[in-house]
Design a protein around this ligand. Structure first.
Ligand code: KIV
Ligand code: ZN
Length: 521
Protein backbone atom coordinates (compact mmCIF):
# COMPACT_ATOMS: atom_id res chain seq x y z
CA UNK A 1 0.00 0.00 0.00
CA UNK A 2 1.40 3.43 -0.94
CA UNK A 3 1.97 5.56 2.13
CA UNK A 4 -0.20 8.60 2.37
CA UNK A 5 -0.33 11.31 4.97
CA UNK A 6 -2.45 10.01 7.87
CA UNK A 7 -4.46 13.24 7.91
CA UNK A 8 -5.36 13.21 4.23
CA UNK A 9 -8.83 12.01 3.33
CA UNK A 10 -8.89 10.39 -0.09
CA UNK A 11 -11.77 11.59 -2.24
CA UNK A 12 -13.17 8.72 -4.29
CA UNK A 13 -15.72 10.03 -6.75
CA UNK A 14 -18.40 7.68 -8.03
CA UNK A 15 -20.46 10.15 -10.08
CA UNK A 16 -19.73 8.09 -13.18
CA UNK A 17 -20.75 4.78 -11.57
CA UNK A 18 -23.22 5.10 -8.66
CA UNK A 19 -24.33 8.51 -9.98
CA UNK A 20 -24.64 7.40 -13.57
CA UNK A 21 -26.53 4.20 -12.78
CA UNK A 22 -29.27 6.29 -11.18
CA UNK A 23 -29.79 8.61 -14.17
CA UNK A 24 -32.92 8.26 -16.24
CA UNK A 25 -30.80 8.03 -19.33
CA UNK A 26 -27.24 6.77 -19.56
CA UNK A 27 -24.40 9.05 -20.61
CA UNK A 28 -22.45 8.67 -23.82
CA UNK A 29 -18.76 7.73 -23.69
CA UNK A 30 -17.74 11.27 -24.57
CA UNK A 31 -19.94 12.79 -21.89
CA UNK A 32 -18.38 10.45 -19.32
CA UNK A 33 -14.90 11.39 -20.46
CA UNK A 34 -15.75 15.06 -20.15
CA UNK A 35 -16.95 14.56 -16.58
CA UNK A 36 -13.86 12.49 -15.73
CA UNK A 37 -11.52 15.23 -16.95
CA UNK A 38 -13.45 17.79 -14.96
CA UNK A 39 -13.19 15.60 -11.81
CA UNK A 40 -9.47 15.28 -12.34
CA UNK A 41 -9.17 19.05 -12.45
CA UNK A 42 -11.17 19.23 -9.27
CA UNK A 43 -8.41 17.23 -7.59
CA UNK A 44 -10.37 14.00 -7.08
CA UNK A 45 -7.96 11.18 -6.06
CA UNK A 46 -9.87 8.15 -7.38
CA UNK A 47 -12.46 8.21 -10.17
CA UNK A 48 -14.78 5.22 -10.34
CA UNK A 49 -15.34 5.30 -14.08
CA UNK A 50 -17.90 2.53 -14.47
CA UNK A 51 -18.77 -1.14 -14.26
CA UNK A 52 -16.88 -2.77 -17.17
CA UNK A 53 -18.77 -6.10 -17.16
CA UNK A 54 -22.11 -4.31 -17.57
CA UNK A 55 -21.70 -3.76 -21.34
CA UNK A 56 -18.98 -3.57 -24.01
CA UNK A 57 -19.76 0.17 -24.24
CA UNK A 58 -19.12 0.67 -20.53
CA UNK A 59 -15.89 -1.30 -20.71
CA UNK A 60 -14.67 0.85 -23.60
CA UNK A 61 -15.68 4.06 -21.86
CA UNK A 62 -13.81 3.03 -18.67
CA UNK A 63 -10.80 2.30 -20.85
CA UNK A 64 -11.01 5.68 -22.66
CA UNK A 65 -11.12 7.43 -19.28
CA UNK A 66 -8.21 5.36 -17.92
CA UNK A 67 -6.08 6.32 -20.91
CA UNK A 68 -6.97 10.01 -20.65
CA UNK A 69 -6.39 10.55 -16.91
CA UNK A 70 -3.02 11.95 -15.88
CA UNK A 71 -3.12 12.34 -12.10
CA UNK A 72 -6.24 10.67 -10.75
CA UNK A 73 -6.40 6.91 -10.23
CA UNK A 74 -9.02 5.22 -12.36
CA UNK A 75 -11.19 2.53 -10.80
CA UNK A 76 -13.60 -0.06 -12.20
CA UNK A 77 -16.32 -1.87 -10.25
CA UNK A 78 -16.82 -5.64 -10.23
CA UNK A 79 -18.98 -8.08 -8.31
CA UNK A 80 -16.98 -10.79 -6.53
CA UNK A 81 -17.02 -12.84 -9.72
CA UNK A 82 -14.10 -13.85 -11.92
CA UNK A 83 -15.72 -12.60 -15.13
CA UNK A 84 -16.33 -9.13 -13.60
CA UNK A 85 -12.76 -8.84 -12.31
CA UNK A 86 -11.38 -10.00 -15.65
CA UNK A 87 -13.52 -7.37 -17.43
CA UNK A 88 -11.86 -4.69 -15.26
CA UNK A 89 -8.46 -6.04 -16.24
CA UNK A 90 -9.54 -5.98 -19.88
CA UNK A 91 -10.49 -2.30 -19.53
CA UNK A 92 -7.18 -1.41 -17.87
CA UNK A 93 -4.72 -3.47 -19.93
CA UNK A 94 -1.61 -1.35 -20.51
CA UNK A 95 -2.68 1.37 -18.04
CA UNK A 96 0.06 2.24 -15.52
CA UNK A 97 -1.94 2.46 -12.35
CA UNK A 98 -5.53 1.47 -11.72
CA UNK A 99 -7.80 0.15 -9.01
CA UNK A 100 -10.16 -2.81 -9.13
CA UNK A 101 -13.09 -2.42 -6.75
CA UNK A 102 -14.83 -5.67 -5.95
CA UNK A 103 -17.83 -6.06 -3.67
CA UNK A 104 -20.24 -8.53 -2.14
CA UNK A 105 -23.12 -8.07 0.29
CA UNK A 106 -22.55 -9.00 3.94
CA UNK A 107 -25.83 -8.23 5.77
CA UNK A 108 -28.08 -11.17 6.69
CA UNK A 109 -30.92 -10.00 4.48
CA UNK A 110 -28.65 -9.69 1.42
CA UNK A 111 -26.66 -12.86 2.13
CA UNK A 112 -29.69 -15.07 2.72
CA UNK A 113 -32.52 -13.51 0.71
CA UNK A 114 -30.66 -12.01 -2.23
CA UNK A 115 -27.57 -14.20 -2.65
CA UNK A 116 -29.09 -17.34 -1.06
CA UNK A 117 -25.77 -18.31 0.48
CA UNK A 118 -24.21 -18.79 3.90
CA UNK A 119 -21.95 -16.15 5.41
CA UNK A 120 -19.01 -18.60 5.18
CA UNK A 121 -19.57 -18.87 1.41
CA UNK A 122 -19.59 -15.08 1.16
CA UNK A 123 -16.26 -14.79 2.99
CA UNK A 124 -14.75 -17.39 0.63
CA UNK A 125 -16.05 -15.55 -2.42
CA UNK A 126 -14.70 -12.22 -1.15
CA UNK A 127 -11.27 -13.67 -0.41
CA UNK A 128 -11.13 -15.34 -3.81
CA UNK A 129 -12.19 -12.12 -5.57
CA UNK A 130 -9.64 -9.97 -3.77
CA UNK A 131 -6.85 -12.45 -4.56
CA UNK A 132 -7.84 -12.61 -8.21
CA UNK A 133 -7.90 -8.81 -8.46
CA UNK A 134 -4.50 -8.66 -6.72
CA UNK A 135 -3.07 -10.80 -9.54
CA UNK A 136 -3.81 -7.87 -11.83
CA UNK A 137 -3.04 -4.82 -9.68
CA UNK A 138 -1.72 -3.97 -6.23
CA UNK A 139 -4.51 -1.42 -5.76
CA UNK A 140 -7.59 -3.43 -4.77
CA UNK A 141 -10.64 -2.16 -2.95
CA UNK A 142 -13.16 -4.46 -1.34
CA UNK A 143 -16.67 -3.33 -0.29
CA UNK A 144 -18.97 -5.07 2.19
CA UNK A 145 -22.28 -4.11 0.59
CA UNK A 146 -24.93 -3.18 3.19
CA UNK A 147 -22.25 -2.98 5.90
CA UNK A 148 -24.49 -0.57 7.82
CA UNK A 149 -26.91 -3.46 8.52
CA UNK A 150 -24.30 -6.21 8.87
CA UNK A 151 -23.92 -7.87 12.31
CA UNK A 152 -20.72 -6.38 13.72
CA UNK A 153 -19.01 -9.77 14.31
CA UNK A 154 -19.55 -10.66 10.67
CA UNK A 155 -18.32 -7.26 9.54
CA UNK A 156 -15.12 -7.56 11.61
CA UNK A 157 -14.47 -11.03 10.22
CA UNK A 158 -15.06 -9.90 6.65
CA UNK A 159 -12.84 -6.82 6.91
CA UNK A 160 -10.03 -8.88 8.46
CA UNK A 161 -10.32 -11.58 5.76
CA UNK A 162 -10.38 -9.06 2.89
CA UNK A 163 -7.27 -7.31 4.21
CA UNK A 164 -5.48 -10.62 4.75
CA UNK A 165 -6.33 -11.55 1.14
CA UNK A 166 -4.67 -8.36 -0.11
CA UNK A 167 -7.30 -5.59 -0.17
CA UNK A 168 -5.54 -2.23 0.19
CA UNK A 169 -8.78 -0.32 0.74
CA UNK A 170 -11.81 -1.70 2.56
CA UNK A 171 -15.03 0.14 2.06
CA UNK A 172 -17.89 0.22 4.59
CA UNK A 173 -21.03 1.22 2.69
CA UNK A 174 -24.27 2.30 4.29
CA UNK A 175 -25.93 1.02 1.13
CA UNK A 176 -29.50 1.82 2.14
CA UNK A 177 -28.80 5.03 4.08
CA UNK A 178 -30.20 3.55 7.28
CA UNK A 179 -27.69 4.43 9.97
CA UNK A 180 -27.41 7.57 12.07
CA UNK A 181 -24.13 9.48 12.49
CA UNK A 182 -23.31 8.29 16.03
CA UNK A 183 -24.13 4.72 15.08
CA UNK A 184 -22.15 4.75 11.82
CA UNK A 185 -19.11 6.37 13.46
CA UNK A 186 -19.44 3.65 16.13
CA UNK A 187 -19.22 0.89 13.51
CA UNK A 188 -15.98 2.35 12.16
CA UNK A 189 -14.63 2.80 15.69
CA UNK A 190 -15.35 -0.86 16.50
CA UNK A 191 -13.56 -1.98 13.36
CA UNK A 192 -10.48 -0.03 14.40
CA UNK A 193 -10.65 -1.58 17.88
CA UNK A 194 -11.30 -5.17 16.87
CA UNK A 195 -9.75 -5.93 13.46
CA UNK A 196 -6.11 -6.84 14.12
CA UNK A 197 -4.74 -6.05 10.62
CA UNK A 198 -6.77 -2.86 10.07
CA UNK A 199 -3.64 -0.72 9.80
CA UNK A 200 -2.75 -2.56 6.56
CA UNK A 201 -5.59 -0.93 4.59
CA UNK A 202 -7.32 2.40 4.12
CA UNK A 203 -10.82 2.33 5.59
CA UNK A 204 -13.35 3.93 3.28
CA UNK A 205 -17.01 4.87 3.65
CA UNK A 206 -19.80 5.06 1.08
CA UNK A 207 -23.02 6.50 2.47
CA UNK A 208 -26.40 6.80 0.83
CA UNK A 209 -28.70 9.63 1.71
CA UNK A 210 -32.06 7.94 2.31
CA UNK A 211 -32.46 9.63 5.70
CA UNK A 212 -30.47 12.73 4.69
CA UNK A 213 -27.52 11.51 6.80
CA UNK A 214 -24.91 10.77 4.13
CA UNK A 215 -22.70 13.78 4.80
CA UNK A 216 -22.98 13.51 8.59
CA UNK A 217 -22.32 9.75 8.54
CA UNK A 218 -19.24 10.16 6.34
CA UNK A 219 -17.81 12.88 8.59
CA UNK A 220 -18.55 10.83 11.69
CA UNK A 221 -16.61 7.91 10.13
CA UNK A 222 -13.67 10.18 9.33
CA UNK A 223 -13.57 11.30 12.95
CA UNK A 224 -13.18 7.62 13.89
CA UNK A 225 -10.33 6.97 11.46
CA UNK A 226 -11.82 6.41 7.98
CA UNK A 227 -9.55 8.02 5.38
CA UNK A 228 -11.49 7.65 2.16
CA UNK A 229 -14.91 9.08 1.40
CA UNK A 230 -16.87 7.86 -1.60
CA UNK A 231 -19.12 10.58 -2.98
CA UNK A 232 -20.76 12.12 -6.01
CA UNK A 233 -20.83 15.68 -7.32
CA UNK A 234 -24.20 17.29 -6.50
CA UNK A 235 -24.98 14.23 -4.33
CA UNK A 236 -26.10 12.15 -7.34
CA UNK A 237 -26.55 8.41 -6.87
CA UNK A 238 -29.02 5.60 -6.27
CA UNK A 239 -32.39 6.71 -4.82
CA UNK A 240 -31.79 9.73 -2.55
CA UNK A 241 -28.20 9.85 -3.74
CA UNK A 242 -24.73 9.42 -2.30
CA UNK A 243 -22.69 11.65 -0.05
CA UNK A 244 -22.27 14.95 -1.81
CA UNK A 245 -18.62 15.66 -2.65
CA UNK A 246 -18.91 19.41 -2.13
CA UNK A 247 -20.55 19.03 1.28
CA UNK A 248 -17.96 16.73 2.86
CA UNK A 249 -15.03 18.59 1.35
CA UNK A 250 -16.19 22.01 2.51
CA UNK A 251 -17.20 20.71 5.95
CA UNK A 252 -13.74 19.26 6.53
CA UNK A 253 -12.12 22.45 5.28
CA UNK A 254 -14.28 24.79 7.31
CA UNK A 255 -14.53 22.85 10.58
CA UNK A 256 -10.89 21.90 11.08
CA UNK A 257 -11.13 22.22 14.86
CA UNK A 258 -13.72 19.40 14.97
CA UNK A 259 -12.29 17.38 12.15
CA UNK A 260 -8.90 16.94 13.84
CA UNK A 261 -6.97 18.66 11.04
CA UNK A 262 -7.87 16.30 8.21
CA UNK A 263 -7.72 17.68 4.69
CA UNK A 264 -8.34 16.69 1.07
CA UNK A 265 -6.59 17.45 -2.22
CA UNK A 266 -9.72 19.01 -3.72
CA UNK A 267 -9.22 22.39 -5.41
CA UNK A 268 -12.28 23.91 -3.81
CA UNK A 269 -12.37 26.84 -6.24
CA UNK A 270 -13.27 24.30 -8.97
CA UNK A 271 -16.34 22.99 -7.13
CA UNK A 272 -18.94 25.31 -8.70
CA UNK A 273 -17.74 24.51 -12.19
CA UNK A 274 -17.73 20.76 -11.55
CA UNK A 275 -21.25 21.04 -10.21
CA UNK A 276 -22.40 22.92 -13.31
CA UNK A 277 -20.62 20.58 -15.72
CA UNK A 278 -22.12 17.49 -14.06
CA UNK A 279 -25.56 19.06 -13.92
CA UNK A 280 -25.36 20.19 -17.57
CA UNK A 281 -24.18 16.86 -18.90
CA UNK A 282 -26.43 14.65 -16.79
CA UNK A 283 -29.47 16.90 -17.29
CA UNK A 284 -29.98 16.81 -13.53
CA UNK A 285 -30.67 20.35 -12.31
CA UNK A 286 -28.99 21.35 -9.03
CA UNK A 287 -31.78 22.01 -6.49
CA UNK A 288 -31.84 25.73 -5.71
CA UNK A 289 -31.40 25.12 -1.95
CA UNK A 290 -28.66 22.49 -2.36
CA UNK A 291 -25.90 23.14 0.20
CA UNK A 292 -22.73 24.70 -1.26
CA UNK A 293 -23.74 24.65 -4.95
CA UNK A 294 -27.44 25.59 -5.10
CA UNK A 295 -28.21 28.96 -6.70
CA UNK A 296 -29.73 30.05 -3.40
CA UNK A 297 -26.82 28.86 -1.25
CA UNK A 298 -25.28 32.34 -1.08
CA UNK A 299 -28.39 34.48 -1.50
CA UNK A 300 -29.75 36.56 1.35
CA UNK A 301 -33.43 37.38 1.19
CA UNK A 302 -34.71 38.79 4.45
CA UNK A 303 -34.13 42.46 5.21
CA UNK A 304 -32.45 41.63 8.54
CA UNK A 305 -30.05 39.23 6.83
CA UNK A 306 -29.27 41.67 4.02
CA UNK A 307 -28.59 44.41 6.54
CA UNK A 308 -26.26 42.11 8.50
CA UNK A 309 -24.37 40.98 5.41
CA UNK A 310 -23.88 44.56 4.25
CA UNK A 311 -22.28 45.38 7.62
CA UNK A 312 -20.23 42.21 7.85
CA UNK A 313 -20.57 39.25 5.44
CA UNK A 314 -19.74 36.74 8.18
CA UNK A 315 -22.98 37.56 10.02
CA UNK A 316 -24.85 35.19 7.70
CA UNK A 317 -22.21 33.71 5.42
CA UNK A 318 -20.01 30.88 6.70
CA UNK A 319 -18.33 30.42 3.33
CA UNK A 320 -17.63 32.85 0.53
CA UNK A 321 -19.06 32.03 -2.90
CA UNK A 322 -15.52 32.60 -4.25
CA UNK A 323 -14.11 29.82 -2.07
CA UNK A 324 -16.09 27.29 -4.12
CA UNK A 325 -15.52 29.10 -7.41
CA UNK A 326 -18.64 31.16 -8.02
CA UNK A 327 -17.39 34.19 -9.88
CA UNK A 328 -18.44 37.05 -12.09
CA UNK A 329 -18.24 36.34 -15.75
CA UNK A 330 -15.68 38.51 -17.52
CA UNK A 331 -15.08 36.86 -20.87
CA UNK A 332 -15.83 38.98 -23.94
CA UNK A 333 -16.18 36.75 -26.94
CA UNK A 334 -17.69 38.06 -30.16
CA UNK A 335 -17.71 37.04 -33.84
CA UNK A 336 -14.37 38.82 -34.13
CA UNK A 337 -12.71 36.44 -31.64
CA UNK A 338 -10.28 34.03 -33.24
CA UNK A 339 -9.77 30.31 -32.73
CA UNK A 340 -6.87 31.01 -30.35
CA UNK A 341 -9.12 33.00 -28.06
CA UNK A 342 -11.73 30.22 -28.02
CA UNK A 343 -9.06 27.63 -27.36
CA UNK A 344 -7.62 29.78 -24.53
CA UNK A 345 -11.05 30.25 -22.96
CA UNK A 346 -11.70 26.52 -23.14
CA UNK A 347 -8.29 25.82 -21.62
CA UNK A 348 -9.09 28.24 -18.85
CA UNK A 349 -12.33 26.37 -18.27
CA UNK A 350 -10.33 23.17 -17.99
CA UNK A 351 -10.86 21.53 -21.39
CA UNK A 352 -7.68 20.05 -22.80
CA UNK A 353 -7.10 20.18 -26.54
CA UNK A 354 -8.00 16.76 -27.86
CA UNK A 355 -10.96 16.34 -25.54
CA UNK A 356 -13.05 18.39 -28.01
CA UNK A 357 -13.03 19.22 -31.70
CA UNK A 358 -11.89 22.84 -31.99
CA UNK A 359 -12.99 23.20 -35.63
CA UNK A 360 -16.48 22.03 -34.76
CA UNK A 361 -16.78 24.17 -31.63
CA UNK A 362 -15.38 27.22 -33.41
CA UNK A 363 -17.82 26.87 -36.32
CA UNK A 364 -20.72 26.63 -33.86
CA UNK A 365 -19.33 29.54 -31.84
CA UNK A 366 -19.24 31.79 -34.94
CA UNK A 367 -22.84 30.95 -35.80
CA UNK A 368 -23.92 31.77 -32.27
CA UNK A 369 -21.85 34.96 -32.08
CA UNK A 370 -23.38 36.18 -35.35
CA UNK A 371 -26.84 35.86 -33.88
CA UNK A 372 -26.13 36.82 -30.32
CA UNK A 373 -23.32 39.40 -30.37
CA UNK A 374 -21.46 38.62 -27.16
CA UNK A 375 -20.91 35.00 -26.17
CA UNK A 376 -20.08 33.99 -22.59
CA UNK A 377 -18.08 31.08 -21.24
CA UNK A 378 -21.22 29.22 -20.19
CA UNK A 379 -22.50 29.53 -23.79
CA UNK A 380 -19.26 28.04 -25.00
CA UNK A 381 -19.47 25.19 -22.52
CA UNK A 382 -23.06 24.53 -23.59
CA UNK A 383 -21.91 24.42 -27.22
CA UNK A 384 -19.28 21.93 -26.22
CA UNK A 385 -21.84 19.63 -24.65
CA UNK A 386 -24.17 19.90 -27.60
CA UNK A 387 -21.45 19.31 -30.14
CA UNK A 388 -20.28 16.26 -28.18
CA UNK A 389 -23.79 14.97 -28.17
CA UNK A 390 -24.13 15.49 -31.89
CA UNK A 391 -20.88 13.70 -32.64
CA UNK A 392 -22.25 10.51 -31.10
CA UNK A 393 -24.55 8.38 -33.25
CA UNK A 394 -26.61 11.41 -34.22
CA UNK A 395 -29.39 10.08 -36.36
CA UNK A 396 -31.55 13.20 -36.50
CA UNK A 397 -30.23 16.71 -37.05
CA UNK A 398 -32.16 19.94 -37.54
CA UNK A 399 -31.45 21.37 -40.98
CA UNK A 400 -34.11 24.04 -41.31
CA UNK A 401 -37.01 25.40 -39.34
CA UNK A 402 -39.71 27.88 -40.38
CA UNK A 403 -42.59 28.79 -38.12
CA UNK A 404 -45.63 30.95 -38.72
CA UNK A 405 -47.55 31.91 -35.60
CA UNK A 406 -49.11 34.80 -33.72
CA UNK A 407 -51.80 37.21 -34.83
CA UNK A 408 -55.52 36.79 -34.79
CA UNK A 409 -56.96 33.83 -36.71
CA UNK A 410 -53.51 32.54 -37.65
CA UNK A 411 -53.17 28.78 -37.29
CA UNK A 412 -49.63 28.05 -36.02
CA UNK A 413 -47.81 26.29 -38.83
CA UNK A 414 -44.30 24.86 -39.00
CA UNK A 415 -42.05 23.44 -41.64
CA UNK A 416 -39.15 21.31 -40.37
CA UNK A 417 -36.31 19.87 -42.44
CA UNK A 418 -34.27 17.11 -40.75
CA UNK A 419 -31.13 15.29 -41.75
CA UNK A 420 -31.96 11.66 -41.02
CA UNK A 421 -28.83 9.57 -41.39
CA UNK A 422 -27.63 10.41 -44.88
CA UNK A 423 -31.02 11.65 -46.15
CA UNK A 424 -32.88 14.93 -45.75
CA UNK A 425 -36.65 15.10 -45.32
CA UNK A 426 -39.15 17.90 -44.78
CA UNK A 427 -42.57 17.92 -43.10
CA UNK A 428 -45.05 20.74 -42.64
CA UNK A 429 -47.94 20.82 -40.25
CA UNK A 430 -50.07 22.75 -37.82
CA UNK A 431 -50.58 22.60 -34.08
CA UNK A 432 -52.34 24.31 -31.21
CA UNK A 433 -49.27 26.51 -30.80
CA UNK A 434 -45.94 26.96 -32.59
CA UNK A 435 -44.10 24.41 -30.40
CA UNK A 436 -46.88 21.88 -30.90
CA UNK A 437 -46.70 22.41 -34.67
CA UNK A 438 -42.93 21.84 -34.62
CA UNK A 439 -43.29 18.74 -32.41
CA UNK A 440 -45.92 17.27 -34.75
CA UNK A 441 -43.55 17.65 -37.71
CA UNK A 442 -40.63 16.07 -35.79
CA UNK A 443 -42.77 13.20 -34.65
CA UNK A 444 -43.76 12.42 -38.25
CA UNK A 445 -40.20 12.80 -39.52
CA UNK A 446 -38.59 10.55 -36.90
CA UNK A 447 -41.44 8.06 -36.70
CA UNK A 448 -40.99 8.11 -32.91
CA UNK A 449 -44.34 8.40 -31.13
CA UNK A 450 -43.49 9.66 -27.71
CA UNK A 451 -45.39 11.27 -24.87
CA UNK A 452 -44.23 14.66 -23.61
CA UNK A 453 -44.00 14.48 -19.82
CA UNK A 454 -42.47 17.85 -19.04
CA UNK A 455 -41.29 20.91 -20.90
CA UNK A 456 -39.18 23.54 -19.13
CA UNK A 457 -37.72 26.75 -20.55
CA UNK A 458 -34.92 28.46 -18.66
CA UNK A 459 -32.61 31.36 -19.42
CA UNK A 460 -28.91 30.65 -19.78
CA UNK A 461 -27.07 33.85 -19.08
CA UNK A 462 -28.71 37.06 -18.01
CA UNK A 463 -30.75 39.94 -19.39
CA UNK A 464 -30.88 40.57 -23.12
CA UNK A 465 -27.90 38.28 -23.71
CA UNK A 466 -29.61 35.20 -22.39
CA UNK A 467 -30.19 32.12 -24.51
CA UNK A 468 -33.27 30.01 -24.01
CA UNK A 469 -32.63 26.44 -22.90
CA UNK A 470 -35.45 23.98 -23.29
CA UNK A 471 -35.42 20.72 -21.33
CA UNK A 472 -37.97 18.09 -22.28
CA UNK A 473 -38.75 14.87 -20.47
CA UNK A 474 -40.46 12.38 -22.77
CA UNK A 475 -41.77 8.86 -22.29
CA UNK A 476 -41.16 6.22 -24.92
CA UNK A 477 -41.99 2.55 -24.33
CA UNK A 478 -42.31 3.18 -20.56
CA UNK A 479 -38.88 4.74 -20.25
CA UNK A 480 -38.06 8.38 -19.60
CA UNK A 481 -35.67 10.30 -21.84
CA UNK A 482 -34.36 13.82 -21.52
CA UNK A 483 -33.60 16.22 -24.31
CA UNK A 484 -31.97 19.62 -24.18
CA UNK A 485 -31.85 22.42 -26.74
CA UNK A 486 -30.15 25.79 -26.59
CA UNK A 487 -30.68 28.71 -28.92
CA UNK A 488 -31.48 32.41 -28.92
CA UNK A 489 -34.87 31.41 -30.30
CA UNK A 490 -36.97 29.32 -27.90
CA UNK A 491 -38.94 27.64 -30.69
CA UNK A 492 -35.66 26.44 -32.15
CA UNK A 493 -34.52 25.38 -28.63
CA UNK A 494 -37.75 23.38 -28.36
CA UNK A 495 -37.13 21.67 -31.69
CA UNK A 496 -33.51 20.91 -30.70
CA UNK A 497 -34.61 19.52 -27.33
CA UNK A 498 -37.12 17.15 -28.90
CA UNK A 499 -34.62 16.07 -31.55
CA UNK A 500 -32.03 15.42 -28.83
CA UNK A 501 -34.55 13.21 -26.98
CA UNK A 502 -35.26 11.35 -30.25
CA UNK A 503 -31.50 10.80 -30.70
CA UNK A 504 -31.30 9.37 -27.17
CA UNK A 505 -34.17 7.00 -27.93
CA UNK A 506 -32.46 6.00 -31.14
CA UNK A 507 -29.16 5.36 -29.30
CA UNK A 508 -30.94 3.39 -26.56
CA UNK A 509 -32.52 1.20 -29.22
CA UNK A 510 -29.14 0.50 -30.80
CA UNK A 511 -27.76 -0.51 -27.36
CA UNK A 512 -30.81 -2.73 -26.73
CA UNK A 513 -30.37 -4.40 -30.12
CA UNK A 514 -26.64 -4.97 -29.43
CA UNK A 515 -27.56 -6.55 -26.07
CA UNK A 516 -30.09 -8.88 -27.71
CA UNK A 517 -27.62 -9.85 -30.41
CA UNK A 518 -25.00 -10.60 -27.71
CA UNK A 519 -27.49 -12.67 -25.70
CA UNK A 520 -28.55 -14.64 -28.78
CA UNK A 521 -24.99 -15.14 -30.07
O1 KIV B 1 -24.05 1.36 -2.10
C1 KIV B 1 -23.23 0.43 -2.23
O2 KIV B 1 -23.12 -0.46 -1.37
C2 KIV B 1 -22.42 0.41 -3.43
C3 KIV B 1 -21.30 -0.59 -3.46
C4 KIV B 1 -21.14 -1.20 -4.81
C5 KIV B 1 -20.05 0.08 -2.99
O3 KIV B 1 -22.60 1.20 -4.31
ZN1 ZN C 1 -23.78 2.95 -3.56
Amino acid sequence: MATIDKDRVIIFDTTLRDGEQALQQSLTAKQKLQIALCLEQLGVDVIEAGFPISSPGDLQSVRDIALALKTATVCGLSRALDKDIDACYEAFKGVDHYRIHTFIATSDIHVHDKLKKSFDDIVDMAVHAVKRARNYTDDVEFSCEDAGRTPIDHLCRMVESAIAAGATTVNIPDTVGYTLPYEFGGIVKTLFNRVPNIDKAVISVHCHNDLGMATANSLSAVMEGARQIECCVNGLGERAGNTSLEEVVMSMKLRQEYMKGVYTNIVTENIARASQVVSGITNEPVPTHKAIVGSNAFAHSSGIHQDGVLKNKSTYEILTPQSVGFKENNMHMTARSGRHMIKAVLENLGYREGSYNLDDVYARFLKLADRKGQVFDYDLEALLFLSHEQEEDTQFELDNLTVLSGGKNVIPTASVRLKIGKRTRTESGTGNGPVDAVFNCISRLTGIRLKLDSFVISAKGSGMNAQGQVDVDVIYENRHYHGKGLSTDVIESSALALISACNSIYRAQIIENEKHEKENA
